[in-house]
Ligand binder design. Sequence first.
Ligand SMILES: [Zn+2]
Length: 1052
Amino acid sequence: MLQKREKVLLLKTFQGRTLRIVREHYLRPSVPCNSPLCSQPTVCLNDGKLLSSDVTHYMIPDWKVVQDYFEILEFPELKGIIFMQTACQAVQHQRGRRQYNKLRNLLKDARHDCVPFANEFLQDCYLPREQGESMEKWQTRSIYSAAVWYYHHCQDRMPVIVVTEDEEAVQQYGSETEGVFVISFKNYLDNFWPDLKAAHELCDSILQSRRERENERQESHRKEYPEHLPLEVLEAGIKSGRYIQGILKVNKHRAQIEAFARLQGASSKDSGLVSDILIYGMKARNRSIHGDVVVVELLPKNEWKGRTSALCENDSDDKSSGESTSEPMPTGRVVGILQKNWRDYVVTFPSKEEVQSQGKNAQKILVTPWDYRIPKIRISTQQAEALQDFRVVVRIDSWESTSMYPNGHFVRVLGRIGDLEGEIATILVENSISVAPFSEAQMCEMPVNTPENPWKVSPEEERERKDLRKTHLVFSIDPKGCEDVDDTLSVRTLSNGNLELGVHIADVTHFVAPNSYSDIEARTRATTYYLADRRYDMLPSILSADLCSLLGGVDRYAVSVLWELDKTSYEIKKVWYGRTIIRSAYKLFYEAAQELLDGNFSVIDDIPEFRDLDEKSRQAKLEELVWAVRKLTDIARHVRAKRHGALELEGVEVRIQLDEKKNICDLIPKQPLEVHETVAECMILANHWVAKKIWESFPHQALLRQHPPPHQEFFSELRECAKAKGFFIDTRSNKTLADSLDNANDPSDPIVNRLLRSMATHAMSNALYFSTGSCAEEEFHHYGLALDKYTHFTSPIRRYSDIIVHRLLMAAISKDKKMESKENLFSNKDLEELCRHINNRNRAAQRSQKRSTELFQCMYFKDKDQETEDRCISDGVIYSMRTNGVLVFIPRFGIKGAAYLKNKDGLVISCGPDSHSEWKPGSLQRFQNKITSTTTGGESVTFHLFDHVTVRISVQASRCHSDTIRLEIISNKPYMIPDTELFHQSSLLLKSDLVKEVTRSVEEAQLAQEVKVNVIQEDCEKYCQTKGRSLYTLLEEIRDLALLDVSNSHGI
Ligand SMILES: [Zn+2]
């Protein structure tokens, strides 16, 4: 029986009218209590997470405690916490979606002993708000009365502590009910958790910042910013079209002045606006922070401004900066914030001298976030001096209209500025990547495989699975030294003469049950993170490097797709999907497989499986394997041809071409071996067919991957650049684009083709995961692969999407067999949210990989004498024009960056007869494909697209932000290497070598210091999960991943 109540909200509109909003509210006779002490289990019907029975008390935080001390409530040490619905809703309204989602995740997380309780839906607990009662008082009263109900519901057997920040509530309720205590949060920590040092420190830091905020509010009445409008006014304004909703994006190169509101949702359709809205200056930004969902009012047209288009440091990755649109654009101001997207920020404290100059109020320190787009933050601390050499994590608490800067509090220290570990930790925090070691609880879920206790195929699984161990020649082809083999292949002739192609993928979901600790952790990470010098696995190595690695000669569980193909036309006749047992016969590496394909059989000496065989069986086995590799390649060619129009984009690695004397004469893009394509094509085929299967079975809740077609306007720069070299790039379809890129080859300069491909990649949209219930079928399309449906199925070890897809596939198979599925599938809405999370994590993974590479590049060049070190001078190619400079690509190091032709003093570059450059007074003139610098003395020099120039590389050091690479053109001629040094000097530096060199020097420096023991050490340790493994193998894996991921990164 449900009981209807009406919840009335009275709101004042902008014009001063009072709006009466009635919300229907249904009360139920029972809701789950989630306690093992439940007195009425048949009524409560608890079926989710229960509180632990191993606690001395239950703790119920008041709404304000949940808001203010959430990060302490997240400590796994705190147990038996009940989050009342009233408190959760307060968080949702006051703190926004991010915080609310954090709370929801905490409640779902099995590692934390806390449960929700829907007090407002329960008849016996719901209290209507009384006339004249403030919202806050009502919330506290509701929570207290629900706590009393809960205490009695558990038969008075478990003391309940209500923790509140409301002094009056402590007085009023403190001794009202025996067994239900009401105390402050500080008091709670002191009494129950006296030894939880970290929690006490955080609590002090939060309390201090709050006290000072309150003081300030009393002291100062001067407003720095206009007040935000109330929520209902904002909502009504958006509806009526008066205001526009968008996400605030700050231009990191002009963080103080330039930000844009990127239109969102209905706003973009209704307002008739096509572009972003410019938010000019901090005042207009009105306390919103990069990433917030803001509400914007447009300014009258005569106040509109243009965006800046001149060259800034390191803006080579900015898509739109090619156009110099400085004409006025829609400009507005922020009138309110719908959703704050605040996160943890890494900051740097000012140096001692700066602190002194900040003067009178030295308790309050202005710290500078590492991310340029975030404003300075005021932190209350007495430790400013002690912290000045460290990267520190802080959180923002509030930003009052009376305060120039937001207020925040100190959270923890990451590491020393400039220290490799500290800087890597910074990159992780800035990308919200958390990679603590796998928990003990998670490790307990893992299967065992030790010499004493070897893992074996179980008899039940043997009955359930198709056994391919005797019938199929299964093998893998991977990079040399690869440990985590998640895919294998097979091909054979069937008795009817047709062929059977098989793709066999590690059966990760057999070991990772839905909602287990491992599953939750893998979902949170969503992917394995590859940084320049290390990686953080998604799954523990017992799975990723052992039981889910399809190594040669051992039994493994797999999920297989088997296609029956016509013997001559290779047309697909039948498909079978299911769980299997395999034993891979060979663990081949790419080069060896290619040799077999090319008929160079001497390579079998390098294949361990061929050792210790007599000549006869050796010959027989070789023939069998060669037949399979060739057949696979043949099939792959055929499949690929049918898919016509797939794009082959930027080759990531560069190969060195040697002349007869072993001198380097050229750098050419590394041609992938055909066998790479064979493997990739088989994986694409499997992903495609699994996509079709899960979509057919679950049309509204399947996880697929789409790659939207690119915006044509993003191609304009590519087209223009190609034209400069006399090539025509046809971007009408992916087929024409692929063909014209193949033809755009300058035989005298292979870099041109590489740069054009890189521009094409850049113009592409990102491929994204989505739930099929949330968009129309024609949008499923994968542009890069030219396929109508696609998903990720082939790498469940390192991608969480593939784990979901495996579960969907298993459910689809059960459905076909009319069996009840064991899998609990996500609804469309939940899957949509999960996809958003995975997409977001993938972007974080890409950014952190890029950032860590840049970090190593800077460390490689830092503190090198630019006059004597040959590494600092290099050949560069101009690939883009700006009004005050050019963008340059340095093939030797794979670096892209900006080089100024006009410096900060307004002087322009001049190259004399000996080609060496100097700064002189003069002016720049920019044309379509060239830029000319003319001095007042009449000398002039012109730089064209694709010109080779000599560049000096240096590092612009920064205390508060990451260091950046600086490029200076020192001559308008290509860099000529003196003949005698040719061999030593121009050897192409691979990213891996650069990382190795930097790591070595870091380690040497550490040894030299004899590793001074300091507190930071511990913190760093836990980030380095991969320490102790050979750095070299890791690097190789990353490199090969990059190669394979050619498919991945532009979308496959
Ligand atoms: Zn109960």
